[in-house]
Design a protein around this ligand. Sequence first.
Ligand code: AMP
Ligand code: ZN
Length: 113
Amino acid sequence: MSDCLFCRIIAGEIPSSKVYEDERCFAFRDINPQAPTHILVVPKEHIASCADVTADNAALVAHIFTVIPQIAAAEGLTGGYRVVSNAGPDAGQTVPHLHFHILGGRRMDDRMA
Ligand code: AMP
Ligand code: ZN
């Protein structure tokens, strides 16, 4: 997906502040952080959103959910953190490549955002 922003970040065509990478996923700091720690974790495979998770790619998503606590620990998020994935326009998804926001370092006063 040469026209996908996050595919281009994964490929190194667009610079990012990388915090983690393995053969299946990539993590980098959000350019517009909503919390002291705001990291995006993305699969290297292009999947449009969490609405497109299927039995065929579920193992990849499960892998990402083993990486998320490693990143949170490395970031020192001992007080907890939030994981968010937006799917579609009503959720406010702006980049159509599956990503999980890790938000931490502040108290999340609202329930869902
Ligand atoms: P969403 O609104 O859930 O689709 O999240 C997309 C996120 O990508 C937003 O939080 C943006 O701030 C972030 N973002 C957009 N462009 C970049 C970029 N070049 N580097 C890092 N984060 C980005
Ligand atoms: Zn992509």
